[in-house]
Design a protein around this ligand. Sequence first.
Ligand code: 5RP
Length: 221
Amino acid sequence: MTRDELKQQVAQAALKHVVEDKVVGVGSGSTVNLFIDALATIKGRIEGAVAASEASAERLKKHGIRVFDLNSVSELPVYVDGADEITEHLHMIKGGGGALTREKIIAAVATKFVCICDASKLVPVLGKYPLPIEVIPMARGYVGREMLKRKSQPVLREGFKTDNGNLILDCHGLTILDPSALEAELNSIAGVVTNGLFARRGADVLLLGAPGGFQTLKRKG
Ligand code: 5RP
């Protein structure tokens, strides 16, 4: 099976978690794009969606799925999103597409976070994938120096602005043994909007695409 077929498999499988007549949270990225396409096949059975990026919102609208502002939604039973790296504890690095802040907000609101990805994303320790940090533009240099102090090499994502008008520093060279602690520490640096660690609010369910069929992993405890 190709990687795209593995993504397709989990995108389809995620439909089972969608709650009828409710708004569904939708993340961003290539795996989520396939989920949006799958969601279109049951669009008559949901109220609509909230989207973590402008690109996802556009794709949902093209399919005729109503897109709600998160502020007008008081209940979000399920959020479906991908990941750049994920551990068996369902801690993640996200933000490869730069939508980490909106993704984190929607994940915080949702009752259940369903992560969909192919098996290549499952890792024993987070950090091989550079950790994205969204920063207020004037804080770029300061946050970069703070990351150097933490033995990480920050690289400005060239020519990229987030949907919130900010910059991304992709931070290389981290071996993240305590993702919850690092997530909180980095978020306390002045000028950081948020970082791409999703550990304090990790996924509840992981649908992992593999050649022999997808696996379901659930958060322990
Ligand atoms: C975007 C994300 C995506 O979920 C992550 O980059 C995975 O994307 P893909 O499904 O294309 O591999 O966090 O900010």
